[in-house]
Design a protein around this ligand. Structure first.
Ligand code: UFG
Length: 331
């Protein structure tokens, strides 16, 4: 299959690109390199630098390549930032997705795997959160994803699109070659590991007065390779209909438990300081992923937090400055 991967130079998109190539697919990466890294794109993939906000640019790529399917990773994806800069999300994420979808419609490309989010569920009635839960976006970021999920529904009705919406809980960990490198880094696990590497003094824990056993927020961390396994399974299953899945391990860990895990894995004492709550953070988010387990036989390989942190630690130790300064591409 030929797959167009938008955001294929980013953290999750690059792992998808690599996994697709390893399974013998042909991959075209479209990325503006604003957050992504050229070095993260495997050499076997064709790379086009371009921005989805330019309809002509993406339309030309879809026309020339006519992929069999698209994986759409590229997006602004920070809950906190979306509370401060809503137009980056309600405008840019939405318009960029529309440009991609319009170009797909123009050229008869009708299969898409879409990166959605746990931020659709800011008021869950039950934990873990399964696909029957009411959608109440927790931020402009979550809202932008909810809007795009609805576009996909309607394009399926009107134009025969086949789609999978995959709602990620907290993606984490690394493969041997590819890891998490954001600038600035705002995610918990890489921040903790920067402390272990001596690049930061301490971890600020955003709030210890939540209604959880130790007072810190609980999240469901899912290894990026397991996440991408789910994409590949969903791609194969589009033939038999649209797919909507919540993706997590089904087990939550508090911020303090993640720090404890990193202390075990790194042997570093990792000093912490309690800070204010971060706006937009729900107390607990844990995924109910029975649907994809039952329907597609998905089964995450990294079930415990230490193995996830360990894989990230290995990558961060090998790449203390991330992709910066890396002279060669990953393969
Ligand atoms: N946290 C800290 N200190 C930090 C960074 C994070 O205490 O320095 C806490 C956060 O408050 C949160 C937890 O660690 O409770 C995880 O935070 P991350 O920033 O790593 O991840 P988020 O849960 O905010 O968001 C991630 C993705 C979103 C996605 C969401 C879905 O970045 O795109 O998971 O759950 F929507």
């Amino acid at each position: 299959m030929k797959v167009l991967v938008t955001g294929g130079a980013g953290y999750i998109g690059s792992v998808a690109t690599d996994a697709l190539l390893q399974r013998g697919h042909d991959v075209v990466v479209f990325d503006n390199l604003q957050q992504g890294h050229r070095e993260a794109v495997p050499l076997e993939a064709r790379f086009v630098q371009g921005d989805l906000n330019c309809f002509k640019a993406i339309d030309q790529v879809v026309r020339c390549e006519t992929p069999d399917a698209v994986m759409h990773f590229s997006a602004n994806s920070l809950v906190g930032e979306s509370m401060e800069k809503p137009f980056l999300y309600l405008n840019d994420n939405v318009v960029n997705a529309l440009n991609l979808l319009k170009s797909m419609e123009n050229h008869g490309v009708k299969r898409i795997i879409f990166s959605s989010t746990a931020n659709l569920f800011s008021d869950p009635s039950e934990m873990p959160i399964d696909e029957t839960e009411r959608i109440v976006p927790g931020s402009p970021y979550g809202e932008s994803k909810a809007i795009i999920e609805r576009f996909l529904h309607w394009l399926s009705v009107t134009s025969g699109f086949r789609y999978a919406c995959l709602r990620y809980f907290n993606a984490a960990g690394a493969t041997e070659r590819l890891g998490e490198d954001h600038n600035p880094e705002l995610h918990l696990i890489p921040i903790i590991l920067q402390v272990a590497l001596g690049q930061r003094k301490e971890v600020k824990i955003f709030g210890n007065d939540y209604d959880t056993p130790d007072g810190t927020c609980i999240r469901d961390y899912i290894h990026v390779e397991d996440l991408i396994d789910a994409h590949i399974l969903a791609l194969g299953a589009l033939e038999s209909g649209n797919r909507v899945y919540n993706l997590g391990n089904g087990k939550g860990f508090s911020v303090k438990e993640v720090v404890e895990s990193a202390r075990r894995v790194t042997g570093h004492r990792i000093p912490c300081e309690i800070a204010k709550r971060r706006p937009g953070d729900p107390a607990v988010l844990v995924a109910g992923s029975d649907k994809i387990r039952n329907e597609l036989g998905w089964s995450p390989r990294y079930a415990d937090i230490d193995s996830i942190v360990e894989s990230a630690w290995k990558w961060h130790k090998d790449n203390p400055n991330g992709y910066e300064g890396e002279k060669r591409q990953v393969r």
